[in-house]
Design a protein around this ligand. Structure first.
Ligand code: NDP
Length: 288
């Protein structure tokens, strides 16, 4: 039986429509959410991501302040820019598009972003709050994955969730969010010796690895919900996920496509975090 498609594009469009209404209401109260996007260098994928983010801001009514900077910028100059943005009242959220060009200390720059403006949710304050189950910015891609489950009424409570990948920006926060929703969570990674057996136990299987089609159909439990976060470009220039979609959809009950799943959700959740940041900075209580 073919799986039901989890339409990330549609879920994202619904979230963006609600945000557009909220932004209009905030503007009527004199609160105009603004996002600063810092792009260093000429990485084509980064340029594409940044223009999608700017477009989304425009559609929702969020002001976007683009800082497109040559790769020759020094660490000190970039630090100064972050400090300026931290102090700019028009800027509610700061996004530094990763990866930064070689020679720049990414970690130092990310940690310099004010916790109140860390709409990517990558900083120690946001991650600490996630571990502590306190309200805070949640990293956009894992948050988007959770919103897709919610939209399709897939309740993680009591289910076995397997997250393949343990990065700080996707795998680890996603595992914590699933735990927060009372799933029993297994995190797999490159040293996991029996990946197929681990995956076969998953009622909810999330792949965040970055290897085209590495999750094959025979690794999917019948009736599982499969969230594919991977973005991989094939030799033919096609974008595919970490999951072999055609084989997996024959066993899963729900599956996200790539593209059209986690990608649009990530941008929607960035917009969500920016609106949240604007509200928080205006003294409106923080809720996630
Ligand atoms: P990282 O490279 O930071 O992490 C990859 C993870 O996969 C690591 O934890 C690594 O394990 C694990 N891994 C590598 N090989 C294997 C293997 N053979 N078996 C099991 N685990 C393995 O990637 P990210 O988390 O940043 O991104 C993951 C994917 O998600 C990428 O394709 C990326 O493009 C995509 N992505 C998509 C986004 C979206 O908007 N849709 C946003 C962000 C990312 P170990 O820790 O042991 O090295």
């Amino acid at each position: 039986m073919a799986a039901e498609l989890i339409d990330g594009k549609k879920v994202a469009a619904d979230i963006r429509a609600k945000l557009a209404t909220e932004v209009a209401e905030l503007k009527a109260k004199g609160i105009a959410p603004g996002l600063a996007v810092v792009l260093v260098g000429e990485n084509p994928a980064s340029q594409k991501y940044v223009s999608s983010k700017e477009k989304a801001c425009g559609e929702i009514g969020i002001a976007s302040f683009a800082h497109k900077i040559p790769a020759t910028i020094t660490q000190a100059e970039l630090r100064t820019l972050i400090d300026q943005l931290n102090g700019d009242p028009k800027v509610n959220g700061i996004l530094v598009q990763l990866p930064l060009p070689k020679g720049l200390d990414e970690k130092e720059i990310m940690n310099r972003i004010s916790p109140a403006k860390d709409v990517d949710g990558f900083g120690p304050d946001a991650l600490g709050k996630l571990v502590l189950d306190e309200p805070g910015f949640i990293a956009c891609t894992p948050h988007g994955a959770m919103k897709m489950l919610e939209a399709y009424q897939i309740d993680p409570k009591g289910k076995h969730a397997v997250v393949v990948g343990r990065s700080v920006i996707v795998g680890k926060p996603l595992a914590l969010l699933l735990l927060r929703k009372h799933a029993t969570v297994t995190i797999a990674h490159s040293r996991t010796t029996n990946l197929k057996e681990v995956c076969l136990k998953a009622d909810i299987l999330c792949a965040a690895v970055g290897k085209a089609k590495m999750i094959t159909g025979d690794m999917i439990k019948e009736g599982a919900a499969v969230i594919d976060i991977g973005i991989n470009v094939t030799a033919e220039g096609k974008i595919v996920g970490d999951v072999d979609f055609d084989a997996a959809k024959e066993r899963a009950a729900y599956i996200t496509p790539v593209p059209g799943g986690a990608g649009p959700m990530t941008i929607a959740m960035l917009m969500y975090n920016t609106v949240l940041a604007a509200k928080m900075q205006a003294g409106i209580p923080f809720t996630v």
